[in-house]
Design a protein around this ligand. Structure first.
Ligand code: UD1
Length: 384
């Protein structure tokens, strides 16, 4: 009998990560694994959710809990309640979760308390900053998982430092979990979809960027950047300065959180300056194919997103990170990215340094683009 895997997604990056494993389950592992997909409804806008199911060919979710936005406690509580009921009725062999969002946290708590094995993809990552909601989510999820798949050497080291052990067993459990270094499913995806993006995405046309003039891609969505007026202002001031100095356009797909907070916290004159500046171009959230088309054609990427930092690397673009620290520390140690926080001077300096540097190297930090197959084979071997 096929093993039933209950996959829980909720936020944009998880839907994209799930595409790689779903592809392997419905392809190579179709006779061994059966996937039931639950969407918590954490992200609900068309551009933050449905567009990825359509574009990446992920099966439509079997269930949607429609939890929507809310405080961390309220949002997570609704998910926990809904997931517990679903786990009871579906009786899966394991619950599969991705990354570090509130959806990850809720699913790992619900499943582990019901003595079901949790499979965590993107385990072991740490920013060592527990004021980030994602850091708490990662730690709780890792410590309630049975199979942990870490994408990087530094992720593996973090798990070892927290007491996890690498050992061979035929029976892993929550008390004796298995940890596996397997590469990054996002690398799988970026490689898998980049040709399709080049053929299908119309974003460069639409933005009139197909004349080969260089441009910068930027994203901002972390709560500590969007919800703090000083930080948000400082980031925009640095974007003005970088656009001015380089003469390049900055393309900024706007997360709904950022759009909402810009209207609430930025002074009217700054909002007007942003709207009037024709080098800073605010656009709707991009689909995955549009995003990788923008990334692979940009000259520099400025972001506070963990996923976008890495995609910059996959497409060999330098990156300014709008955070004080990163989970993807190898990018910084190897000189491909610079941590600039929300400090306007540091952001401008980092952009200068990266735009004038010409001795980058791009080692294979993120595996061989077959992480998803390894994950499915390992689940098939140890679960059930
Ligand atoms: C969440 C994750 C973050 C991930 C990000 C990717 C947590 C704690 N954070 O952050 O790790 O990097 O997703 O996008 O889980 N909103 C909409 N429409 C939507 C979704 C959100 O308008 O479809 C707005 C709402 O105003 C909401 C706010 O964005 O209150 C924040 O959404 P939420 O999912 O709570 O957090 P993200 O900032 O998206």
């Amino acid at each position: 009998m096929r093993k039933k895997i209950l996959t829980v997604v909720g936020a944009r990056p998880q839907i994209i990560k799930a595409a790689a494993v779903s592809r392997a389950i419905s392809g190579q592992f179709n006779s061994e694994l059966h996937e039931v997909i639950v969407h918590t409804g954490q992200h609900y806008d068309e551009a933050m959710s449905q567009v990825f199911f359509n574009e990446l060919g992920i099966p439509q979710p079997d269930y949607n809990l429609h939890v929507g936005s809310g405080s961390h406690g309220a949002q997570t509580a609704l998910m926990l309640d809904g997931l517990e009921k679903l786990i009871l009725s579906e009786r899966p062999d394991a619950v599969l979760v991705y990354g570090d969002t509130n959806s990850t946290l809720a699913a790992s708590l619900a499943a582990s308390k019901m003595h079901l094995p949790v499979v965590h993809v993107e385990a072991g990552l740490r920013s060592f900053n527990k004021s980030m909601p994602e850091e708490i989510n990662r730690i709780v999820c890792d410590h309630s998982s049975t199979l942990l798949f870490t994408p990087t050497q530094s992720g593996l080291q973090n798990l070892l430092n927290e007491g996890f052990k690498q050992f061979e067993s035929e029976r892993y459990s929550i008390d004796h979990p298995g940890i596996f270094l397997c590469g990054d499913v996002m690398f799988d995806n970026s490689m898998h979809y980049s040709n399709l993006a080049a053929k299908q995405s119309q974003i460069l046309n639409r933005l009139q960027l197909d004349n080969k003039s260089p441009f910068i891609l930027a994203t901002i969505h972390r709560d500590n950047n969007t919800d703090d007026p000083q930080r948000l202002k400082s980031i925009f001031n640095s974007l003005f300065a970088v656009a001015e100095k380089t003469g390049m356009q900055i393309i900024l797909p706007l997360h709904p959180r950022t759009k909402k907070m810009m209207a609430q916290v930025l002074e009217a004159d700054l909002q007007q300056r942003i709207e009037k500046n024709d080098r800073i171009r605010l656009i709707e959230p991009a689909s995955f194919l549009d995003m990788i088309q923008l990334e692979s054609n940009s000259t520099l990427i400025i972001t506070d997103s963990g996923g976008v930092q890495k995609e910059a690397y996959f497409f060999q673009k330098p990156c300014v990170i709008l955070r004080p620290q990163t989970e993807w520390i190898e990018l910084v140690n190897n000189g491909n990215a610079i941590l600039a926080d929300a400090d306007s001077d540091r952001i401008q300096q980092a952009a200068d340094v990266l735009l004038s540097k010409n001795d980058f190297t791009w080692p294979a930090f993120y595996g061989d683009a077959h992480a998803a197959e390894f994950i499915c084979a390992t689940i098939n071997r140890y679960i059930g």
